[in-house]
Design a binder for this molecule. Structure first.
Ligand code: ST9
Ligand code: ZN
Ligand code: ZN
Length: 352
């Protein structure tokens, strides 16, 4: 993307920034026209069925399923969540770190469990979301309302502006990865196996769960739950929360979303610095399960070249475009209370 292009609304990668604090030269323009919705009835019916079945699945999760099935559903939630956060999002859409093939294989398996379409298609939409954020070329343009940005965008045909501008996207890095090409090519076989069949068969076979409990709890309830948590990043985290890094955009810091989304709700930071592998400022790692997951694989050498924004640049940006809610910069901030400094535990302290 050319840094001085007039129609882009967000940086995608480090090289796109045009100011020293990683911004574009122009303020973002948010807009949506009244493009008539072309409903996709296949999706409307499928999502209506999924949600009704998942509500019953939630009931079975609480009152009927074996405890092993509940734990299994939770493990699948974390695995498929990581397939989206550490895989499709931070690795493939944003290239915020690199991964050796064994980790890419694990992530593509996790990603297929999540059934949010192939990682290549997911990343293509997500790159559009950042580049043309809050315009008609953004697949889940939040200026079209909460419902549209949450699920509505999956129930209608995409805006022609998206398809037109999407032709300019560079996806060569994604198509250069044979693991991703394999997933896309065989998606209609791999996805049902991973997302629905395997989660149903394992509880029945290994601990004698009923078919109905296994299917409705470990497959449908778990799937619908993760979908909605993911969609909340597009809807709730584009609507509610503080904007300490850039007050000119909709994405906000939403702690509740971050907790369920394995660390992905710090969305004002993320849209301001999308190529940071932590998707949040240092210090939020406690709630950032995905960052800890990547850090673990960095220790064994399977994840590497993690990009992160320097404190100095973050601070500059907070001062220039933040909404003032960034209460404390970090250690040594002039607003850091003296009692806090005195009470802090410092390991091997040394003031240079
Ligand atoms: C799902 C995805 O739910 C959710 C993604 C959420 C993203 C969240 C991001 C937040 C940050 C990360 C946080 C993670 C937190 C995770 C927490 C976990 C605990 N660029 O699409 P088509 C062109 S999926 C360029 O069919 P229609 C292209 O030529 C749920 N070009 O458009 C394409 O042809 P081809 C399960 C593009 O016909 C052609 O248009 N999946 C782009 O308008 C047609 O594309 C479903 O339910 C682009 N971006 O249909 C399926 N896009 O592909 C849902 C399109 O051959 N999707 N083109 O190259 C559909 O059924 C359809 O896409 C549609 C639109 C009906 C929505
Ligand atoms: Zn967003
Ligand atoms: Zn992103």
């Amino acid at each position: 993307m050319a840094p001085n292009a007039t129609d882009v609304n967000g940086v995608l990668f480090e090289d796109d920034a045009a100011t020293p604090d990683m911004a574009l030269p122009n303020l973002p323009v948010q807009k949506a026209d009244n493009y008539p919705k072309k409903f996709v009835w296949r999706n409307i019916i499928a999502f209506a069925y999924l949600h009704l079945a998942a509500i019953y699945g939630g009931y079975l999760f609480l009152f009927s399923a074996k405890w092993q099935t509940d734990i299994f559903a939770y493990i699948l939630y974390v695995m498929s969540g990581l397939g989206i956060t550490a895989g499709a999002h931070r690795l493939w859409a944003h290239k915020s770190y690199k991964a050796k093939w064994p980790l890419r294989l694990i992530l593509v398996f996790f990603n297929t469990l999540a059934f949010q379409d192939s990682a290549i298609d997911w990343s293509r939409d997500h790159r559009m979301h950042h580049k043309y954020s809050e315009t008609d070329a953004d697949p889940h343009n939040a200026t079209r309302g909460f419902f549209f940005s949450h699920i509505g965008w999956l129930l209608v045909r995409k805006h022609p502006e998206l398809k037109k501008k999407g032709k300019g996207l560079d996806l060569s890095d994604l198509y250069a990865d044979p693991i991703l090409c394999f997933q896309k090519k065989y998606y209609l076989i791999l996805m049902p196996l991973c997302c629905f069949i395997m989660p149903t068969v394992i509880p029945v076979y290994f601990w004698g769960e009923t078919w109905i409990n296994a299917f409705l709890v470990a497959a449908l309830f778990r799937y619908a739950f993760i979908l909605n948590v993911t969609w909340l990043v597009n809807s709730a985290a584009h609507k509610w929360g503080h904007k300490p890094y850039d007050k000119n955009i909709k994405p906000s810091e939403n702690l509740s979303v971050a907790i369920f989304a394995l660390g992905e709700g710090f969305h004002n930071y993320h849209h301001t610095f999308p190529w940071d592998y932590k998707t949040a400022e240092l210090g939020n790692n406690r709630l950032n399960f995905t960052t800890n997951f990547i850090n673990f694989f960095a220790k064994i050498g399977w994840a590497y070249d993690m990009k992160t924004v320097s404190d100095e640049i973050v601070q500059k940006r907070v001062n220039r475009t933040g909404d003032g809610s960034h209460h404390l910069w970090g250690w040594g901030d002039k607003d850091q209370p003296k009692e806090e400094v005195d009470a802090a535990i410092r390991i091997n302290p040394k003031d240079d």
